[in-house]
Design a protein around this ligand. Structure first.
Ligand code: CMC
Length: 391
């Protein structure tokens, strides 16, 4: 079978060819389909960026309108699926519900699709994006013991999500431009990131010709982990812990450097970015703007900024090239706009969905080859079976 090379954690293995997302980790460059992330975050909307990722080009006016219409058309989930929500315990993590329900969606939707036909593929792409948003909001409503808010056709994607999440019977959610724009920007910044753990998972599951829903459900599970998308929750827990205990950032940093109980500075470090994460730069700036415009002073932001200052001057972090990543400041924005902490990773999932869909599509448009890595075997050499009475 030839020589097999070990590449622990796939640090240097190109698992596929892809024309969706470009990253230059040394220079902090991220582009979707060639467009710099800074320009998309500033000028695009999440729906438009999703279209770009999935279909490869920025949409014309009528294409974008058609995509938006389909997002609205597919926003309801089958009433039978609502019963499935009732089966989860009240404290079920929304990421668990999200993954299970996305897989269940595949039982209610046509799973047969033609990935290479743009006109045809708009329907399943919009269907999944729209329904995932409704499921995500419903999973939160379930976790607080409240009935779901039905989606509204007069609201666009992001505002509609905030309504479904936050409307109360006596106080419907009124979209606020600052809040909607901030969330839209966050979703754009999360929309794709080439072969990260969850996207590689979607591609690998998809490479076995598994359907879109099953493949994306697997991606949600990968994203849930604290070293990946779950880091945005872990960052807030870390900041809150510092705030409540009165421990100074300097004291916490000593623990991190001594690797006490394996703790890490959450929201720091990245496999690919070794100088800065361009998304973190944009989010830090957005964080200041949003809190300013909403008139909020969040002591956790002060702690985060101090941690960053300490880290950037410390040899431990300098030598290892550890900088703030996308998760370091995103939680503070989400908290400021009223999103509960247990929904942070779900928001990441909603944002990453267009990326997952486009990668699944790319896998299905390429000549089919199942992903099947090899291994270096480190187990026992051949030995003979020992009968029970001789062990
Ligand atoms: N705090 C303290 N030390 C760290 C950190 C950190 N956040 N990240 C890496 N290190 C150290 C690590 O202990 C190791 O040190 P040593 O050489 O002494 O053993 C060295 O830096 C290299 O770390 P690694 O784990 O081999 O690096 P990796 O490329 O495998 O891991 C990472 C990348 C993002 C998983 C890691 O930096 C990490 O755990 N960060 C904290 C979790 C986090 O913020 N994750 C979000 C990543 S960005 C968004 C996403 O992908 O979802």
């Amino acid at each position: 079978t030839g020589l097999i090379t070990l590449d622990n954690g796939y640090g240097n293995t190109g698992s596929c060819q892809s024309n969706i997302c470009y990253i230059d980790g040394d220079n902090g460059i991220l582009r979707y389909r060639g467009y710099p992330i800074e320009q998309l975050a500033e000028q695009s909307t999440f729906a438009e960026t999703a279209y770009l990722l999935i279909f490869g080009e920025l949409p014309g006016e009528s294409q974008l309108q058609e995509f938006r219409n389909q997002l609205t058309e597919h926003q309801f989930i089958h009433e039978d699926m609502l019963h499935a929500f009732e089966g989860f315990p009240a404290d079920a993590p929304p990421m668990a519900i999200l993954s299970a329900m996305i897989n269940a969606l595949g039982c209610f939707q046509p799973v047969f699709m033609s990935p290479d036909d743009d006109d045809h593929f708009m329907d399943p792409a919009a269907r999944l994006m729209s329904k995932v948003r409704t499921i995500a909001a419903a999973s939160y409503r379930k976790s607080i013991g409240k009935p779901m808010n039905y989606p509204r056709s007069d609201l666009r994607y992001t505002a509609n999500f905030l309504h479904q999440l936050l409307s109360l019977p006596h106080k419907p959610y009124e979209p606020d431009d600052v809040v909607v724009d901030a969330l839209d920007k966050l979703l754009i910044l999360h929309a794709d990131h080439e072969q990260n753990c969850s996207t590689s998972t979607v591609r690998m599951v998809g490479s076995a010709q598994a359907n879109l829903y099953a493949s994306v459900a697997a991606g949600v599970c990968a994203l849930w982990g604290p070293l990946h998308g779950g880091a945005n929750v872990a960052v807030m827990e870390m900041l809150q812990q510092l705030h409540d205990s009165g421990m100074t950032p300097e004291e916490y940093m000593e623990k991190v450097k001594n690797k006490e109980a394996g703790i890490r500075l959450m929201g720091f470090g990245h496999r690919v970015y070794k100088n800065f994460d361009p998304r973190a730069k944009i989010i830090k700036q957005a964080c200041d703007n949003v809190l300013d415009r909403l008139g909020i002073h969040d002591p956790l932001l002060d702690i985060a900024k101090r941690l960053e200052e300490v880290a950037l001057e410390d040899d431990y972090f300098i030598e290892r090239k550890l900088y703030p990543n996308v998760d370091f400041y995103s939680g503070i924005i989400m908290r400021a706009i009223g999103i509960p902490t247990n929904m942070f990773t779900v928001i990441f999932a909603i944002g990453r969905l267009p990326g997952w869909i486009s990668h699944w599509r790319e896998v299905h448009m390429a000549p089919a080859k199942i992903d099947r890595p090899r291994q270096i075997y480190t187990g026992a050499p051949k030995r003979d079976y020992v009968p029970m009475d001789k062990r």
